[in-house]
Write a protein that binds this ligand. Sequence first.
Ligand SMILES: [Fe+2]
Ligand SMILES: [Fe+2]
Length: 359
Amino acid sequence: MGDFRNDSLDQLHADLEAANLAPTWLYVSEFVSKQPRVSYRPWLWRWDNVLPLLMRAGDLVTPERGAERRSAEHVNPDLRPFYSTSHTIATAVQLVRPGETAPAHRHVAGAIRFAAQSKGGPVYTRVQGERLMMEENDLLLTPSWTWHEHRNETDDDIVWLDALDFPLVNLLQASIFEPGEGQVCPELGDDFSRNRLGLYRPAGWGGYPNGQPVVRYPWVEMRAALEAQRHEKGSSFDGIILEYVNPLTSGSTLPTLSCRAQLLRPGEHTLAHRSTASTVYFVIAGQGATVIAGTEFAWAKGDVFVVPTWAWHEHRNGDSDGLLFSITDQPVLESLGMYREQALEELGGRQVVVDHFSP
Ligand SMILES: [Fe+2]
Ligand SMILES: [Fe+2]
């Protein structure tokens, strides 16, 4: 032990640093902040800008040049190093041309696909050997570590929205990817999951295999469910909003992501709130605006926008039905006991618009 009679606080700080220790009494605000510290801004990608670029990729990115991954990520300008849309969610638009396939693989990251533009027919994602058809606005799950491949056997292009939790998986440094070779999973019938996950299930035989269920949520069913509840009051913050639930648990769509569809009725203007979850929206139909942290983001069909964690937001719909699909990391926060939500109490629950977004 040294002689501490001439010790000083400055010397102690220097010695702590040299020993790779940090004095909490100096840096407490670095560890624990009073409000969430959010490192990225809200943003919006216009379909009219995105689609022509994707179609150019359709011509230039041929199967020899990587067409099996012909997708464009929605990269938040503040999250460029992570290629992500919010800090936990990455979305992208993908174009698959007639006759194209993407080979089977699996990864720890969980994914969903939402068919943004499809003429129907035999275009599908095969998940664990089961074909999930992709009609317009259908939602398909490829849960963590499930084998999946894509095939477009139609004469038409398909464009879908991908959403993955890979930014979160990468933060946890848990990413594993495995390419498939040959036959990697059993050929299950097209309705395998539907028959085992519906209201009528095999009794005493052929139960659903362990793991997260492979599900296709047809848009016709979701649209009908929204319509059936059109005259309910709904949520003050979201209108008629429905979650795509996991049929085994009735919990969130995936453990990391909750998918929702919402109906904003003509002229509906919701109240503002904020939470410790982040959300990415895709506009299925309609025209309106979402005010995020005081900036108005006008939206129309095909646009994608992101509401960061702890950002006040409210939706203002136009004069026809507004239909939004969204993906949120709320289940992560909830399962860890970190979910908090707040309603704006001043100004009758609505924000003052100080700016209008232009990219
Ligand atoms: Fe994948
Ligand atoms: Fe919200």
